[in-house]
Design a protein around this ligand. Structure first.
Ligand code: BYC
Length: 316
């Protein structure tokens, strides 16, 4: 078979909305951009455990503690599905961790902001997981099979996360004056970073064209951002809180909310490693990796021993 016929088979599958599987032929740039996106997505889940993990011991009740603990564990699980999906493309987990620890691979900008009050747990669940759902539900139909299948489970868990965040916000917003203030303050601090999560504007998004063509991304960054704004503004009304954007207004003609100018300088500073918590987050990941070395060594030694035992048994 020629490269052209392999390419035709690949394109036919995309046209028929069939998934590409690990053993199928795929163009190099498809493989490369998937490794980039899936591994960065995995890193985001793992680094995303840090800002919330910070609040587990300080959650205001046993119920809140148990729920937050379960949520943070879920994020760890999401990271593991995603690392496994990326491994099917021919990169090892060690290589991916190395890329994270050396700053070569990115992770979501949102996790470089500090979590200073309990209300931030509500805002993260509601806004950050809400943005994640908006981005990831379409990824259940992404063209690469292992990524699409991982997303189905991830999205189910994310909707639980979003609801628990909204419930924290609702409790605070309907609570005392001081609690309502806390909720509004968290919304003020997390609104713009959440809007930025969707990535640069379409005319400044170098990967979008190819990813849309290969049906990896099903909507552009701006399309998803607009959907998120439209849905979330309505939810803010239920909370009785105010979106910190004086230019936000319903546009009858477009059938969407218009929103204010995004501070792209801030976005790129955070993406390039200069956000409020970038150094702290990376340090925490590197330390966890180093401290966990004995666990990896012990697991490898155990598996080696089992292998030796079973080959001895076979030989006997
Ligand atoms: N932060 O050409 P573009 C979660 C980078 S986890 C940092 O538009 P693309 C959760 C981008 O990587 C949420 N970097 O890129 C976890 C690219 O740089 P490279 C994570 C960003 O890939 C725990 C450059 O900017 N979700 O939900 O077409 C608790 C140009 O961008 C960001 C995913 O990863 C950013 N926000 O589109 C709670 C979803 N945005 O790689 C919640 C899967 C852009 O060329 N990923 N960059 O060096 C995607 O859908 C896409 O990769 C993106 C970016 C929409 C994020």
């Amino acid at each position: 078979m020629t490269v052209q016929s392999f390419e035709k088979g690949f394109n036919d599958k995309l046209d028929k909305e069939l998934t590409i599987e690990p053993r199928d032929w795929m163009p190099d740039d498809y493989r490369k951009t998937l490794i980039r996106q899936i591994s960065q997505h995995a890193h985001s889940e793992i680094v995303g455990m840090l800002p919330e993990g910070n609040w587990i011991t300080r959650a205001p009740s046993l119920r809140r503690k148990a729920v937050l603990l379960a949520k943070v564990q879920d994020e760890g699980g999401h990271g593991l599905y995603l690392y496994s999906a990326a491994e099917t493309l021919g990169i090892t987990r060690d290589e991916m961790f190395d890329q994270l620890h050396t700053g070569k691979a990115k992770y979501s900008s949102i996790f470089n902001y500090p979590t200073t009050t309990w209300a931030d747990m509500g805002a993260i669940g509601w806004l950050v997981d809400g943005a994640a759902i908006m981005n990831q539900v379409p990824l259940c139909r992404t063209s690469y099979g292992p990524y699409a299948r991982a997303m189905v489970r991830v999205c189910k868990e994310e909707s639980f996360h979003q609801r628990q965040g909204f419930e924290i916000m609702l409790t605070l917003a309907k609570g005392t004056e001081q609690q309502k203030k806390m909720a509004q303050d968290a919304l003020n601090r997390w609104w713009w970073p959440s809007i930025m999560m969707f990535g640069p504007a379409d005319d400044n998004s170098p990967n979008s064209e190819m990813s849309m063509r290969y049906r990896i991304k099903r909507f552009t960054n701006d399309e998803l951002r607009q959907k998120f704004v439209d849905v979330t503004v309505e939810q803010t009304r239920i909370l009785g809180l105010e979106v910190p954007d004086k230019d936000l207004k319903w546009n009858e003609e477009r059938g969407h909310y218009d929103y204010g100018k995004i501070n792209w300088d801030e976005f790129w500073a955070v993406v390039k490693g200069n956000g409020p918590c970038n150094k702290e987050r990376l340090e925490a990941r590197k330390t966890a990796w180093e401290n966990g070395a004995w666990v990896r060594d012990a697991a490898m030694a155990h598996s080696q021993k089992r292998k030796e035992r079973s080959s001895k048994k076979e030989a006997a």
